[in-house]
Design a protein around this ligand. Structure first.
Ligand code: SF4
Length: 333
């Protein structure tokens, strides 16, 4: 591990000012990913700005939106009554994501900014464009069982590891950030980038911008929403494929009025399944329609040597998740 300076920020404005004083500064939340990367010398910050003591509140705004401070721990979010009642898909995604010890330390902001777990990214002897631009990608012809089937590029086929991010993408969350030039919000679906030919640029955040909060707009039908995760082990493993979903059934005619679907384990970012959503709106919630929508979403999917099975797996998990939801979803007036 390289030498670094440590500063603890008292508020988000101070944090961004402190960050600007470093040449290679990093914000430190729970440290559950960053410290590992520093030990492996993949991350070599000269300054850590500790933001774990900043806003960790989970509050209901007057307009009904739920505000989650970026320093809230994963455990605090998953256990919060309003999250469990209004957005159970978020609680279930977090609980599927890591051990209790990690959930107790990891923050919301840090969870969204964790790095890929591609084996070659962690292997200093491997070629990895994300670690060293232009060096190549050993995953393309290597052990790529966990890698992307949607939105990948010849430069990088890594997946984003967050489960929480998948639920937030399905829920249409907004990400509040603060930088040197003030505050702004970014749609969760736009926070992370596809790799293109710059896989080292993973988010839409400018240098020094700090995630300060997550905003969840009221979404009544999300009160019955689920997260299904398929993985190689029963627990503490990253997703081969995961699905976050919510269905809104029109009581007048039994058709799908609205639907939210996002996929994890398939792309460089939490993947909002808009093609499937569009295919389902106005349709009856039948297995045949779920299968058609899933096939539509997976049309652009491309398999690698060891992960082509994920295309069929993703289709099936989408259908199974929607079938489970529709069998237990009451139409809402
Ligand atoms: Fe690196 Fe991405 Fe290739 Fe993995 S898939 S080795 S992270 S460039």
């Amino acid at each position: 591990m390289n030498e670094f300076r440590y500063e603890r920020a008292a508020d988000s404005a101070t944090a961004t000012t402190l960050f600007a004083a470093g040449t290679h500064a990093r914000y430190l939340g729970g440290g559950t990913n960053l410290v590992d990367l520093m030990r492996e010398t993949i991350e070599r910050p000269d300054l850590l700005v500790d933001v774990s003591g900043l806003d960790a509140q989970i509050t209901l705004r007057d307009d009904g939106a739920l505000m989650i401070g970026a320093a809230a721990t994963n455990t605090a979010v998953a256990e919060h009554r309003l999250v469990r009642e209004r957005y159970p898909v978020l609680a279930r995604a977090i609980l599927a994501g890591a051990s209790g010890q990690i959930r107790n330390m990891a923050t919301v902001g840090g969870n969204l900014l964790q790095r890929t777990r591609c084996l070659y990214f962690f292997d200093g002897a491997a070629r990895c464009n994300k670690r060293s631009r232009g060096s190549g990608c050993d995953a393309v012809d290597g052990f790529n069982r966990m890698h992307a089937i949607l939105g990948a590029s010849p430069s990088c086929v890594a997946t984003h590891p967050s489960d929480m991010g998948v639920a937030l993408a399905a829920l249409g969350a907004e990400v509040h950030v603060r930088g040197a030039s003030g505050t702004r919000t970014i749609a969760m679906v736009d926070l992370h980038r596809l790799p293109g030919d710059t896989p080292e640029v993973e988010t839409d955040l400018a240098s020094g911008e700090l995630i300060t909060a997550i905003e969840l707009a009221p979404l009544a039908f999300a009160a019955h929403s689920i997260y299904r995760k398929v993985r190689d082990r029963a627990s503490y493993a990253f997703a081969l494929v995961s699905v976050a979903a919510a269905l809104d059934i029109d009581p007048a005619n039994g058709t799908i009025r609205d639907v939210r679907i996002a996929l994890g384990g398939v792309a460089h970012k939490p993947w909002r399944a808009t093609l499937a959503e569009d295919a389902l709106k106005g349709q009856h919630p039948t297995t045949a329609n779920f299968a058609r929508a899933a096939a539509r979403e997976l049309e652009p999917a491309v398999g690698l040597s060891l992960n082509a099975f994920k295309i069929e797996l993703a289709r099936r998990v989408i259908v199974a998740t929607l079938a489970e939801l529709s069998s237990t979803t009451e139409p809402r007036a």
